[in-house]
Design a protein around this ligand. Structure first.
Ligand SMILES: [Zn+2]
Length: 72
């Protein structure tokens, strides 16, 4: 299937401009590569910390609880 035709179909499905769809596809592929690569930032985003005092969950890079301010 020609690439322009594929982009036109994607644009119709999403209801957006074909150029914007192309950008979306590039961003999606880039994100996929980042998460697949298993970089430290991606791993930190997947990790969660739970506050021992109030039970609030935070991203892995969080140092302090955003609800009660206690150190995680
Ligand atoms: Zn807390």
């Amino acid at each position: 299937m020609p690439q322009e035709q594929l982009m036109a179909i994607l644009a119709q499905v999403a209801g957006v401009d074909p150029k914007f769809t192309l950008i979306l596809v590039i961003v999606a592929v880039a994100l996929l590569l980042i998460f697949k690569g298993g970089g430290s930032a991606a791993r930190a985003a997947h990790m969660t910390r739970t506050c021992r005092d109030c039970g609030a969950t935070h991203p892995g890079f969080a140092k302090f609880c955003r609800r009660c301010g206690k150190r995680l």
